[in-house]
Design a protein around this ligand. Sequence first.
Ligand SMILES: [Zn+2]
Ligand SMILES: [Zn+2]
Length: 93
Amino acid sequence: MRCFYHQDKEAIGTCKSCGKGLCPECAVDLTKGLACRGHCEDHVRAVIELVDRNITLQPTAARLIQAGGSARLAACRTFPQQFCPAFEQEGEV
Ligand SMILES: [Zn+2]
Ligand SMILES: [Zn+2]
């Protein structure tokens, strides 16, 4: 794959936002993904931030479940996919 901006250069990866091929000169490494230098940096930063936020939601819900009672029920309703199976397994309603 070639760099989208430099057709004569080999791409080292793709932009996390627009998916274009990027050479070392055009890629900005934002640790968890590459972005087009001067084009997609802000957007990729926002995407990474959003993903990080979603990941940190899980420990919060786990704490709610440990708390028991209505907090537990609320966590189950808020995160049904992750927590309802565990909730039901314990046979508590
Ligand atoms: Zn891009
Ligand atoms: Zn390039």
